[in-house]
Design a protein around this ligand. Structure first.
Ligand SMILES: NC(=O)c1ccc[n+]([C@@H]2O[C@H](COP(=O)([O-])OP(=O)(O)OC[C@H]3O[C@@H](n4cnc5c(N)ncnc54)[C@H](O)[C@@H]3O)[C@@H](O)[C@H]2O)c1
Length: 169
């Protein structure tokens, strides 16, 4: 999703910095710079966010995995983003959360955005942790946050998946 969003987001910015642990993409927008960095490195994240107004945080292991694997990118990585945002006086963090943060609510119940956290996996637990970071850094540090509980942004392979589908666009 980050790869797709780079183009449209760069158009909304004076300066756009994209980052991933992976090497740079082949083509960058005119106002885009790329920094290869590891989310688990707080100093690197603090450097990266210098002078920024906001950060869009989509980096993570994107599915269920052993807790030990998720700990760095998904838990510590999220902390590093909010802490680096605070140290650089950013206004806002936009975060890719997931329906897995509330996945154990029964399917027969209609739930709103105020449903209590009820994670269905360690992956979902990391999303709850990041959403709570958003709450803490808003209450204590005044950093705005938008946590998007994306249901499914992936190729639709069966009729049921249409109900949870979010198009890239
Ligand atoms: N695609 C979906 O349907 C969906 C649904 C809900 C939430 N999300 C969330 O949206 C975000 C993006 O998902 P995606 O589907 O594009 O996944 P993806 O795996 O394509 O992208 C995640 C990116 O994070 C990078 N990354 C992983 N560890 C890193 C580290 N230590 N340092 C720096 N970068 C690192 C990976 O290299 C990868 O490019 C994730 O946070 C995911 O949990 C996705």
């Amino acid at each position: 999703m980050g790869s797709y969003l780079r183009g449209p987001l760069a158009k909304l910015c004076d300066e756009f910095v994209s980052t991933d642990i992976a090497p740079a993409p082949a083509k960058l927008a005119e106002n885009e710079t790329y920094v290869q960095a590891d989310l688990t490195n707080l100093d690197a994240m603090v450097d990266l966010l210098k002078g920024a107004d906001m950060v869009i945080h989509f980096g993570a292991i994107g599915d269920e995995a052993p807790f030990e694997d998720l700990w760095g990118p998904n838990f510590v990585g999220a902390y590093n983003i909010w802490e680096a945002a605070h140290r650089n006086n950013l206004r806002r963090v936009v975060y890719a959360s997931s329906i897995h943060a509330v996945g154990m609510h029964p399917k027969t119940e209609f739930i709103g955005i105020d449903a209590p956290h009820r994670p269905d996996t360690f992956y979902g637990l990391a999303k709850c942790f990041a959403e709570d970071l958003a709450s803490l850094y808003w209450d204590k540090r005044g950093i705005e946050a938008v946590c998007l509980r994306i249901l499914s942004c992936a190729e639709v392979t069966n009729p049921r998946a249409v109900g949870s589908w979010l198009s890239l666009r």
